[in-house]
Ligand binder design. Structure first.
Ligand code: PMP
Length: 377
């Protein structure tokens, strides 16, 4: 028996995604750019997936450009915006809690002449819309803020901030990294006031290596990759029909049941919190009312994250210490959320998916109890 509770790192591909991959590898292997019918059939699969992703965001299919994942989408949105709009406007506003695919891209632009303002959470660990809005001015070409933080599940007030920014500075581009939000919270693209968002396939039971940038049609964006002009010139490179079809298949499968999935995650999250509150020396790092129900970060105070992680692993329970992206390196993002050093050192991230069961959570609770008894401080 095993309990996989690291779904913010990646999810198990669903059956419909796996069959879509197999079908595109075995049967539908054409190049969507070819003019013959084998090519057209491959193109149809891409079009179908584009529609499925667009439907899941209440957006138009023309808004969706496929990429290799949220990392590429974030790079394209940020570097592309800087190229398109940053000739005279040299300021970019973001936050201190972004994923490295945003944070490192901003570092790169900073080294190349841009001024980057990074808004921090306040003493309560919250980022207020006004803190983002007041950092923007006439010289700002881009605001990029994630919707759901990957380490704590904290939900940033993007809609409020972006709506005000668009009213005050209509030319300022707004972008949101929605990798942890897509199909985990209802998103209507037009309602977010975002010009562009980034999403990823492998967070919603599609394979790794596929994602999309979703962009308002009227917003211009220069490409950062050059080649055959696929995806209307924004993302050259032969489309990965297997991965794109799988991404479409998982969106088709999970969009209709999104509210069920959210309710399930809420119930499991609440149950886990209740059980954790009975255990000694547990500190919860994700505030229930401010965070996604799919992520719960807590600290088994006094036991280093990696020690507990590997103890749990020995019992077949898989969780994350901080962010999986940083390979166990101490997270600066948790500190930004005002989590104490002691709690950062012992932080564990539990993340749910459509496939999580109550048994998984009970295994985790029992594992934590055993861990506390077995691991000497
Ligand atoms: N942004 C966030 C918030 C993420 O959690 C991740 C995945 N860890 C990414 C971006 C990168 O996504 P991908 O793995 O698809 O490149």
């Amino acid at each position: 028996m095993q309990a996989y509770l690291d779904n913010a790192a990646t999810t198990k591909p669903c059956e419909s995604a796996v069959s879509a991959v197999v079908d595109a590898l075995v049967e539908n292997y054409g190049n969507p750019s070819s003019l013959h019918r084998i090519g057209l059939k491959a193109e149809e699969a891409v079009t179908d997936a584009r529609k499925a992703i667009a439907t899941a965001l209440s957006a138009q299919p023309e808004c969706v450009t496929f990429t290799s994942g949220a990392t590429e989408s974030n790079n394209l949105a940020i570097i592309g915006s800087a190229k398109t709009y940053g000739k005279r406007k040299k300021k970019i506003v973001s936050t201190t809690v972004e994923h490295p695919s945003v944070a490192r891209t901003l570092d790169y632009l900073e080294e190349n002449g841009f001024e980057v303002v990074r808004v921090s959470p306040n003493h309560n660990g919250e980022i207020l819309p006004d803190d983002i809005i007041s950092a923007v001015d006439d010289n700002t070409c881009l605001v990029t803020c994630m919707l759901i933080n990957n380490e704590t599940g904290y939900i940033l007030p993007i809609k409020k901030a972006f709506t005000a920014i668009k009213r005050l500075y209509p030319e300022c581009i707004t972008h949101s990294d929605c990798a942890q939000a897509f199909l985990k919270t209802p998103i209507k693209f037009a309602d977010l006031s975002a010009d562009m968002i980034s999403i990823s396939g492998h967070k919603i039971h599609a394979p790794k290596g596929v994602g999309a940038i979703v962009k308002k049609k009227e917003v211009r964006l220069l490409p950062v990759m050059f080649g055959g002009g696929q995806e209307k010139g924004l993302r050259s490179g032969t489309e990965s029909v297997p991965l794109i079809s799988a991404f479409g298949a998982s969106a088709k499968e999970f969009y209709p049941t999104l509210s069920n999935a959210i309710n399930n995650a809420k119930e499991m999250n609440a149950y886990l919190r209740k059980e954790l509150s009975r255990l000694p020396d547990i500190s919860i790092n994700s505030a229930e009312d401010l965070c996604s129900p799919f992520i719960l970060n807590f600290s088994a105070v006094g036991i280093r994250s990696e020690i507990m992680l590997h103890f749990l692993e020995s019992k077949g329970i898989f969780v994350s210490s901080g962010s999986a992206c940083s390979k166990g390196a101490k997270s600066s993002v948790l500190g930004e959320f005002r989590i104490t050093d002691e709690c950062v050192d012992s932080a564990l991230r539990i993340s749910f998916s459509r496939f999580t069961t109550w048994q998984d959570i009970d295994m985790l609770i029992n594992g934590l109890i055993d861990g506390r008894q077995s691991i000497s401080r």
